[in-house]
Design a protein around this ligand. Structure first.
Ligand SMILES: Nc1nc2c(c(=O)[nH]1)N[C@H]1C(S)=C(S)[C@@H](COP(=O)(O)O)O[C@H]1N2
Ligand SMILES: [Mo]
Length: 420
């Protein structure tokens, strides 16, 4: 028997203490039993040591052996660009979403914008209307923040009566995390001089959807930026090149891409994008006026839906948690369908309004299990169960799904989405 205290069981069905990962080294005497025992002789010289390697390139590509890691995407019938592509969360680790795998949501395709001809106008209830191009904008003080963006339609697949048997990314992949660099909107609005009646802004994109949203002035002056870089390089076309609004922690729809116009207004404009869509219908038939912040949420990405376990033994449960209200406070994991819970280890850094990586060791005995994660943010808000969340909402409410995700593991090691 191994008596290392790190192997202490902390909750039902095999969950072990997070200490195992916190101290950075594998506990004495513990074996993950995934490596084979080596013989004393070195292995054969591989072919890669016999010929010079390939040359360099101006812009890098990943290994062709990773080409199976893809965003899944779909478009409305009769269109090529009205829909979404989803980050394959189950294939990623850490908290950075590579630009090429960032989710995309477009209401009428990706516009082809030459920055030389692109302008951003700030007008309306201001002292001095201003117009910027990419160069003039780039000369203002830049700030960088590692933050998530999440579509409020994310995870809506779990509103279905029967749990869709698909991957974590297919259900929850409308969330991604990047380091966004841009100009604080407060600096630009100060320069334009907001008049005292100016309490809202309207932000408009230059795509064929003319997507536009109203944003309260308090948010615009607080932490909104006009982003021009994403993970160190200029924005990708699908994420708003050459400039987008970025509103940390608020529903992704409001972070208007291909930003061309900000109008300072007295009240909300009530655009098509915030009335016919992106408003939440309550059971009594009335609609909530606005639901801006994204609530606390988490999902286990490994193991997760459509994965197969490789036999009983020690596993590392890993996943992501986030909250539009600030930092993740803690994440708890259950392996017995919510009967008992153990606190997961959080990887550094734990940043406000950023994805946070959590993990916990799990000794799977080969029996059936239901894995769940439950996040609590620094304000104390906790992720609800699916039953509790739906009870207050009724069936017409489509957006802002943030309930606990349950993954069932069968004795043969198949992992699938279940409702608990
Ligand atoms: N101009 C414009 N801005 C837009 C959209 C759009 O279709 N057009 N989609 C919105 C939606 S619904 C979301 S969730 C986010 C997605 O940002 P991303 O595509 O960079 O992930 O952009 C928002 N900004
Ligand atoms: Mo969205």
């Amino acid at each position: 028997m191994n008596d290392d205290p790190a192997l202490e069981a902390v909750a039902g069905n095999g969950l072990l203490h997070r200490r195992l990962f916190l101290r950075g080294s594998v506990a004495a005497g513990l074996t993950f039993m995934t490596a084979k025992t080596a013989t004393a002789a070195p292995p054969d010289v591989p072919a890669s040591m016999l010929v010079p390697g390939a040359g360099m390139s101006g812009y890098g590509l990943r290994s062709p052996h990773e080409d199976h890691v893809q965003r899944g995407f779909g478009s409305l019938p009769g269109t090529v660009g009205t829909g979404a592509s989803r980050t394959p969360l189950e294939h990623l680790e850490g908290i950075i979403t590579p630009g090429a795998l960032h989710f995309e949501r477009h209401h009428n395709g990706i516009p082809d914008i030459d920055p030389a001809g692109h302008r951003l106008l700030i007008h309306g209830l201001v002292e001095r209307p201003l117009i910027f191009d990419l160069d003039s904008l780039s000369r203002y003080p830049l700030v960088s923040k590692l933050q998530f963006i999440e579509c409020s339609g994310n995870s809506g697949a779990n509103n279905a009566a029967e749990p869709p048997n698909v991957s974590a990314g297919t259900i929850h992949g409308l969330v991604s995390n990047s380091q966004w660099t841009g100009v604080p909107l407060s600096i630009l609005l100060d320069e334009a001089g907001v008049q005292s009646e100016g309490r809202w802004i309207l932000a408009e994109g230059s795509d064929a959807a003319g997507m536009s949203r109203s944003v309260p002035m308090t948010k615009a002056l607080d932490d909104a930026i006009v982003a021009i870089y994403q993970n160190g390089e200029h924005l990708r076309p699908g994420n708003g090149y050459p400039m987008r609004l970025f509103l940390p922690g608020w529903e992704g729809n409001m972070s208007v891409k291909w930003l061309r116009r900000i109008e300072v207004t007295a009240g909300p404009t009530m655009t098509k994008d915030e009335t016919s869509k992106y408003s939440d219908l309550m059971p009594d038939g009335r609609s909530l006026l606005f639901t801006f912040p994204m609530e606390v949420k988490s999902v286990i990405t490994s193991p997760s839906g459509t994965n197969a376990m490789q036999g009983p033994g020690l596993y590392q449960i890993s996943g992501i948690a986030w909250s539009g209200a600030g930092r993740v406070g803690r994440v708890e994991i259950s392996a017995d369908d919510g009967e008992s819970w153990a606190e997961a280890a959080l990887d550094d850094p734990v940043l406000p309004m950023s994805l946070t990586r959590f993990r916990l060791p799990w000794r799977w005995d080969g029996g059936p299990a239901v894995l769940q994660s439950r996040a609590v943010d620094e304000t104390g808000a906790a992720q609800p169960t699916r039953t509790a969340m739906l009870a207050g909402r009724g069936s017409a409410y489509r957006y802002h799904y943030h309930a606990i995700q349950s993954w069932a593991v069968t004795e043969s090691g198949e992992v699938s989405n279940v409702y608990s």
